[in-house]
Structures are given as structure tokens and as C-alpha cells.
Design a protein around this ligand. Structure first.
Ligand SMILES: [Zn+2]
Ligand SMILES: [Zn+2]
Length: 140
């Protein structure tokens, strides 16, 4: 159905001040179990849906944290300055994509990750669907 391709979703921070609205289907849905992702979330992996930036609208005041990753390129996370929720990120490697923290959609029916990056650094108990490809690196 054509309507599915134009589906609109809104990701929100914990207090609701920051939102990102995306149109259409994600480019990629993935998880990453690397140690940086564990620290940045305080959880055991990130769960991310990337969308083409031209179909995303960011609303509200956002604080950005930019850092250099292993490749030497930059990556930055967008946070709500009030509640601290990490809502999205962008990277130099894939500058045309906005990467949304899937939990911010608050949708338990959101699709499972296609890929788990840094699988060997993930918590040992973590089980994922057989359809999720597990890799030991992540392109950045
Ligand atoms: Zn907030
Ligand atoms: Zn990671």
C-alpha cells in the first residue's frame, strides 16, 4: 500500500521538549553493543533507525555532543538539554542520514534490528532474533 511508504513517526525525549518527525521507512535499523554505546546510553546497546535527513524534522532546543571516532571522522549526538535523553545522532561517515534512538518512538512493534554491530562486546545474556546479523565491527 502506498500509504505505508509515507508513514510518519515522531520520536520524543523523556520530557517531550525535543522531537524528531520522520517520513517513510528507515534506511537501516541496527543495534550496537560497543562499549561507547553502552556508556552513552547507560544501557547495554543502542537500537537505532537511520533515515534520510531530508525526510526528518527536528523540533525543540537540542544540545549536541560531537566527538571523533576511531576512523578520525566526527559523530555527534543530539540531546534534550532539559531531560538529557539522547534522541538522535549524525555522523560524517553518513552525513545524509539522521539516526534516531528507536526507544524514543515508544513503539513496541517497531521492527527488530537487521544487524548487531560489535557483537563480541555485547552483554553475554543478550539474545536477538536469528534474522539479526551479528558483526564484530561497525563502519564509521
Ligand atoms: Zn526532554
Ligand atoms: Zn556502538
Amino acid at each position: 500500500m502506498v500509504g505505508d511508504a509515507l508513514e510518519t513517526r515522531t520520536a520524543r525525549c523523556g520530557c517531550g521538549a525535543v522531537s524528531v518527525t520522520v517520513i517513510g521507512q528507515p534506511h537501516e535499523v541496527y543495534a550496537c553493543g560497543c562499549l561507547n554505546c553502552q556508556r552513552e546510553t547507560g544501557s547495554v546497546f543502542t537500537y537505532t533507525a537511520s533515515y534520510r535527513g531530508v525526510v526528518a524534522t527536528v523540533a525543540g532546543e537540542v544540545r549536541l555532543w560531537r566527538r571523533t571516532v576511531d576512523s578520525g571522522r566526527w559523530c555527534e549526538n543530539g540531546f534534550c538539554p532539559t531531560c538529557g535523553t539522547h534522541v538522535f545522532s549524525r555522523s560524517e561517515f553518513e552525513a545524509d542520514l539522521i539516526k534516531i534512538a528507536v526507544g524514543c518512538f515508544a513503539d513496541p512493534d517497531f521492527q527488530a534490528p537487521e544487524t548487531l554491530y560489535y557483537a563480541t562486546r555485547s552483554h553475554r545474556w543478550l539474545g536477538l532474533p536469528e534474522s539479526t546479523v551479528q558483526l564484530d565491527t561497525q563502519p564509521d
